[in-house]
Design a protein. Structure first.
Length: 293
């Protein structure tokens, strides 16, 4: 399989493959290719300055994730052009004024606007409202909060479970609350009146941030729709999780594990990547919420 889709030239790929097999090419252009591979994270240089190939499971996987993020960012920029149509139309109607609140009438029109913005979004947060979207991609994060009362309806529960298992993570709360859908923390949809079919699309940054904060607060106290045990954690990984949640200083945690500080931090980084956590606090929180520790 060629690595050209990840931004490598044929020559750079040959140099990398030669290093993996233990051969070091000395032809013209190799130094520049090695510098390029080092910049991409596929090659490192040892203390003596000799090039060493980074394992594909680490280097190539990291490069794939980076390319996926770049591709998704480009898709988002293209998708944003659709929203620009609505904003330009609103500006034309308002004679040059920037409109941050728009009313959308009718359940079908509301659903269509949510779909048009959320289809290629990187993050969609929904509370007490089901969002009918295709299965999320690898770089998409979707989270939905529903009430326990709503899932007493077996058909709705089955629907939520299907979404949950496809990657739209669902959690349960005891009471009904504010309906909202937040797309990429840039716009929020809320009902224009309780129980109505119309919605307000709000793009005012302060309002969207407040709604996102409300969602996160509710989410942090909600229960997973399908709690599951840790999938095959090793004793060492369980130990790292425990120390991550209970010990503030890495030096203390490394000492308790009986490993070097560098080794402990490497274990933590691998575990955070497995959890899909952006930082240690989030990693410990996710592990607790999923019953891993």
């Amino acid at each position: 399989m060629s690595l050209s889709s990840l931004g490598l030239t044929d020559f750079e790929e040959c140099v990398y493959r030669d290093l993996l097999s233990g051969h070091e090419t000395t032809s013209d252009g190799v130094p520049a290719a090695l510098q390029r591979l080092a910049a991409l994270g596929l090659v490192r240089f040892d203390a003596a300055g000799h090039p060493v190939a980074v394992e594909p499971e680490i280097g190539v996987s990291r490069l794939i994730r980076r390319r996926l993020l770049e591709t998704h960012a480009q898709q988002r920029r293209i998708s944003a052009a659709w929203e620009a149509v609505h904003l330009l139309s609103a500006r034309q109607r308002g004679r040059g004024r920037t409109v941050t609140i728009e009313q959308i009438d009718g359940a079908d029109r509301v659903a269509e606007r949510i779909r048009s913005l959320a289809l290629d979004a990187q993050e969609v947060l929904a509370m007490h409202r089901s969002v009918d979207l295709p299965r999320p991609g690898e770089t998409t994060r979707r989270r939905t909060i529903v009430s326990r009362k709503s899932v007493l309806d077996q058909a709705f529960l089955d629907h939520c479970r299907a979404l949950h298992r496809s990657g739209d993570h669902h959690r349960l709360v005891d009471d009904d609350g504010q309906q909202l859908v937040i797309v990429d923390r840039a716009v929020v949809f809320v009902p224009s009146e309780p129980g109505g079919d119309s919605a307000l699309l709000i793009s005012q940054a302060g309002v969207v941030a407040a709604m996102a904060d409300l969602f996160e607060r509710v989410w942090s106290h909600a229960q997973d729709l399908e709690p599951c045990p840790a999938p095959g954690l090793t004793p060492r990984e369980r130990r790292v999780l425990y120390l991550l949640a209970s010990t503030r200083k890495d030096e203390v945690a490394a000492r308790e594990m009986g490993v070097s500080l560098r080794t402990y931090r490497r274990h933590v980084a691998a575990l955070l990547e497995r959890l899909g956590a952006a930082n240690r606090f989030q990693g410990a929180l996710l592990a607790k919420q999923q019953g891993w520790i």
